[in-house]
Every structure is written in structure tokens, then in C-alpha cells.
Design a protein around this ligand. Sequence first.
Ligand code: DQA
Length: 147
Amino acid sequence: LSILVLHGPNLNFLGLREPTIYGSITLDQINHGLVVEGQRLQADVTTLQSNHEGMLVDAIQEAFGKHQGLLINAAAYTHTSVAIRDAITAVNLPTVEVHLSNIYRRESFRHHSYIAAVAIGQISGFGADSYRLGLQALVHHLRPVPA
Ligand code: DQA
């Protein structure tokens, strides 16, 4: 099983950026944690961060036929990007949406997600754990555990 993890704009600044909201963990630490969790779940994890909407669209298109699932924190593009949503629909890649912060207890412009309606589900508010929980949920969705 191969999973693509995409991080949107400004997430390369994690650790420095608004630590009271996003915590002190860096993106490298999050990515390392996901690779380790992936090994435990027997899933290959590839990570990519971009500040550019079109780059994220390209990465989603290139995932077609290469990865079986997408874990995405589209960051601010969550609230603006029809293009990222359409890319997910186009490649028909099972997707889990994650956010470090709880977007529903923040400004109202963060309450709407273009990704949510095309995702299997969303995890929001658990800091770096949102990613780990999201990866687990995605892998369990793709490879259901026998009862
Ligand atoms: C975020 C929430 C977004 O509203 C914000 O624009 C981000 C990060 C999060 O992980 O909490 O950049 O996606």
C-alpha cells in the first residue's frame, strides 16, 4: 500500500508559525512520524509540501496509478480551492482530510472546506495526532482489518 501525504501552504513554517495554534512540532518531525507509523501499518508513505496550488494539483494528478490513498492538509487552500477538490475527484483517490487545529472553533472563513465533501472523512484539532489518526483511518479504509 502506498500513501501520498500532501501539505499545503505555510506548513513548511510549522514550529515557528503561530505555535499557540499549531504547536512547536516541525513538518520534518510530522513527516518522520508518518513514515514510522506507515511502517507499523505496512504502508509506504511519501510526503510533499508545496505553497503553490497548481503544484498540489500536479502532485494529486501524478498520484494516479502510483499511490492508493491521499492524506491531505490543504491548509488555507482547504477554504478556497475548487481546483484541488476537482483534482481529487478526477483521480478518484480515496482521501482523508486533516487539520492540526480545530477549524470549527476558529474564524468563520475556516469553517467551510472544499475538500470535505470529496473526502472519506476529516480529522481536525488534534495537532500532529490528526495526521497519525488520519493515516490510520485511511489505511484501515483501504485495507479493512478482518473482524
Ligand atoms: C490548517 C487550518 C487552516 O485554516 C489554515 O489555513 C492552515 C492550517 C490546520 O492544519 O489547522 O494553514 O489546515
